[in-house]
Design a protein. Structure first.
Length: 203
């Protein structure tokens, strides 16, 4: 199975036909897709101006989409290295993280679904690397009450999502599943209260 870097070389290779280069970019998303495969693809197509079903997109646009993906991947992999080193030091010193923090990292290791978007058409619009930098900053800070990507405080608890953990706090501003470790207990409780009110209003 080809890795991310070999697929990226195919995307750039002018000797490959455009359909293969496009296919290789999509295959890159099986290795790294911050919003999930479908939402990350929608994001790249929208930002770089080619259709999701276009079998022969402009190669310049295709490579620009790849470069955005590569920059974001570099940001995330650097964070994972630093996180692993920090956890090793902490464990050596007898310090343990809350369970939800470790659980979140286990599910997102490698970068898939880091900022999961359950609706593939609703996702943040800034470059992927900027979104991940904001997320990393929040993970390295004290918990807050707002979305680490768009700063919205309108966060709603959702059930029956199509990706583990299947439920959690979703930002109604940018669509991401907000990592629970970045939110205060009060913010999480408010997200659940909003859901209960919404369910009561349609009952």
């Amino acid at each position: 199975m080809a890795g991310f870097r070999s697929l990226a070389r195919q995307v750039r290779d002018p000797r490959c036909d455009l359909a293969l280069r496009r296919y290789s970019l999509r295959k890159c998303l099986e290795r790294f897709a911050p919003y999930g495969h479908r939402a990350t693809w929608d994001h790249l197509c929208t930002r770089h101006g080619f259709g999701q079903e276009d079998r022969a997109p402009d190669p310049v646009r295709l490579v620009a989409a790849l470069e955005e993906l590569e920059e974001a991947r570099a940001v995330w992999l650097a964070y994972e290295v630093e996180f692993a080193q920090r956890r090793k030091r902490e464990k050596h010193d007898g310090l343990r993280r809350p369970g939800s923090f470790d659980d979140w990292h286990r599910r997102t290791w490698g970068g898939f679904g880091v900022a999961w978007c359950d609706d593939p058409t609703v996702h943040p619009s800034p470059p992927l690397a900027d979104v991940l930098r904001g997320l990393i900053s929040a993970l390295e800070s004290e918990p807050g009450t707002h979305c680490p990507v768009c700063a919205s405080e309108r966060i709603v608890w959702k059930q029956d999502m199509i990706h583990e953990p299947w439920f959690g706090p979703v930002c109604t501003g940018c669509g991401i599943l907000v990592p629970q470790p970045v939110l205060t207990p009060g913010a999480l409780a408010e997200a659940k209260r909003i859901r209960r009110r919404e369910l009561a209003s349609v009952a």
